[in-house]
Structure formats: C-alpha cells, structure tokens
Design a binder for this molecule. Structure first.
Ligand SMILES: [Zn+2]
Length: 367
C-alpha cells in the first residue's frame, strides 16, 4: 500500500476577494508570477481556475478607474500561466452578476452560489465566461482544452440549469462540492453527498447523487482535519497574524466602507468559533504556516489511501490571492512534498480527463 501511486491535483482559485475588494495586480498577477516560479523549481504542475465572472464585470465597466487595465491583466495572467506550462480552467464567482458601482465603490451581490442566479443569468455568465477564456487560451503558444469548472464559493446547487450547457461545451470535471459543507446564506447543502472522496458521475437533478450517465464527473474536495493540539496552535497563529495584518492594508482598499470589507457570507465555512472535533475542513493552502500544510496533507493522504477505491486522488485547493506573505512556507512545503512523498504524481485536470478516457479512473456510477 505504501508504494501505491497517489495523484495530486493542485487547483488554484485565481481571483480577488469575494466581496469585490482587492486589485488584480496584487491579488492575481504578481502572486501568480511568483508562485509559478516556485512550482517550476519543484517541477510541480497546477491547474488555475480563473474567475472570468470578474473579467466580464471589468469588461462591462471599462471607463471606471483602471478596470480596462485590470481586465487586460487577467488575460496576461492566463497567458503567463500557459506559457509556463500550467493549466487554465474556468472559475465563476456569481456575485459579479448584477454587481454595480455606487459612489465609486464596487457592490457585488449576496448571491455567491451560481445556482442562486436566475437561469438566464447562469447561462449567460457560463457561456460568455467560457467563450472568452477559450479565446485567450487560443492566443498562447501552449494551450490546454477547456474541460473543467470550479464553482465560486464551492456553490453550484441546484446544478440542473447548467448541466446541459456544461455537457455541450466540453466540461467533464466539476470541482466545488465538499461533503458535509452547508452554507444556508448560499442555499447550499452538501450534507447528503453520496461520495466523500471518490470521483462520481453526478445526477442532473441532484448534484449530491451518483448518476447513471457517464457525462459530468464531480471531483470532491479532499477532506482533512486538525486535532485539538493543532487547532489550539492554529488559533494562536491566526490571532497573531490578525494582529500583524492590521497594519498590512492593500493599496486599493483605502476608503472602502467597512461594511463591504466585512461582507462574507462564506465566513462560517471555516469559522474557528463554531468548531467541532476533529476540526474538519478540506485540504487547502491559503496563508497557513508550513506545519499546518504538512500535517493536513499527511492526514488527507492517509484518508485517501484508506479509501476503498483503486484510483488514489488528492485535491489540494490553493488561493494565490492570499499568498503574498507566505511564499517562504509554500517553498518549504513544496520541497517537503517532493522530497518525502516519492509515490505522488502531480496531475492537471487534463491528465485526470485522460485517465478517465483511458479507463484508469472510473468515476462511480449507478446502474
Ligand atoms: Zn473562488
């Protein structure tokens, strides 16, 4: 069992903050450039899900501030990723649909789960976002096929509205659903997911259910957890960081009202005030210290190895927007992973799609 091959799909949400704050230069382009250098140092591949809903909003408001430049920077980020042999796929944050400008402030909506939008808005955002993404991909020398979607705020429920559009446009893998995740403000409930770790073809009517058509596979986010000791250590770490970061303001959020900076309907997703034991979450790399990354990876790895399914796959979710002060920890973590786990292989979504086509990975299905 120890030498069993374990695939690691690193997938980045490439975006600014959910409440609409943050600048593409500081939260997307620059951290991506630095992160890609590190990935290349360790010969690691990642898939980047770029928020094209934000791009659509910038495109529709080109006269405001430097929005035209920021839209262009998203495109430059995509081409930079491809030129450096990373993969690019589609991410959409639905709060950008019907977002508006008021007194020079960006106001996004409270609908952070794309399933909460009117059907025509869901379709429009998906079709326009995926079309533009593919046009940009086509301008790079190194291209990948569009085949995957990562839901903004993990929210794509109900899925029935977009299911056929996804299928018709070549989406084969969907990421976001996370067993046990329930966010009432987003009308989102993944408590009943029929598979926690193993990829499965979903039913069109209910994304939580394993379906009988081999069309769209859900790749569940990989669970991990902290024990009491780690949680206490992590709370201290977060408190200390919070103190340090009080003085670490972004250049572009001066003058943004506090109500907007605090707006975050997904906050209780990982609230350390409402914890249960063991403290369960999905495997991720945002701005956690090295020890957290090392321990949570080990636990996710053990859960996946113990899972009774032949194809071993770990999804490691990353958020480059949060990386600016933690590149040292990321460097150590990548070094640690590549040195200590000889049986892991980093894959992109196109590799996973190929594994499905070759029959190496057979997502669960119902008769
Ligand atoms: Zn996101």
């Amino acid at each position: 069992m120890k030498d069993k091959k374990v695939y690691v799909l690193m997938e980045d949400d490439t975006e600014i903050f959910g409440n609409g704050t943050g600048h593409i230069m500081y939260r997307m382009y620059l951290p991506v450039v630095r992160y890609v250098e590190l990935l290349r140092t360790y010969n690691v591949k990642s898939t980047f899900y770029v928020d094209m809903a934000h791009w659509l909003f910038l495109r529709d408001n080109p006269k405001f501030g430097d929005f035209a430049l920021q839209a262009e920077l998203i495109e430059k980020t995509i081409v930079h990723l491809l030129d450096n042999e990373m993969e690019v796929q589609l991410h959409l944050h639905s709060q950008w649909a019907n977002a508006y400008l008021e007194n020079d402030v960006v106001k996004v909506t409270q609908k952070w789960n794309i399933g909460q939008l009117a059907p025509e808005d869901q379709k429009k955002m998906f079709l326009e976002g995926s079309k533009r993404l593919q046009e940009i991909i086509a301008t790079s020398k190194n291209q990948n096929l569009f085949n995957s979607f990562k839901a903004g705020s993990w929210g794509i429920q109900p899925f029935s509205v977009l299911y056929d559009d996804f299928k018709d446009n070549g989406v084969k893998l969907v990421l976001g659903p996370t067993k046990g995740l329930k966010l009432p403000a987003l009308d989102l409930d993944y408590s009943d997911m029929e598979s926690e770790i193993t990829p499965y073809y979903c039913s069109k009517e209910d994304i939580n259910r394993i379906g009988n058509k081999k069309e769209i596979a859900i790749i569940p986010m990989t669970p991990t957890y902290l024990n009491w000791f780690d949680l206490a250590r992590y709370i201290l770490h977060v408190k200390f960081r919070g103190f340090m970061e009080r003085f670490d303001k972004d250049m572009d959020v001066y003058g943004v009202p506090d109500a907007i900076i605090r707006m975050n309907p997904v906050a209780n997703r990982d609230s350390i005030h409402s914890f249960k034991m063991p403290y369960k979450t999905n495997l991720k790399m945002n701005k956690q210290p090295f020890w957290y990354l090392r321990k949570t990876f080990k636990r996710a790895y053990e859960l996946v190895l113990a899972n009774d399914f032949d194809y071993k796959l770990i999804v490691l979710e990353t958020h480059t927007k949060d990386f600016k002060n933690v590149f040292g920890d990321i460097d150590r973590f990548l070094e640690y992973l590549t040195k200590n786990y000889k049986n892991i292989e980093f894959v992109t979504t196109s590799d996973v799609v190929r594994h499905i086509e070759e029959g190496k990975l057979v997502p669960l299905t119902k008769k």
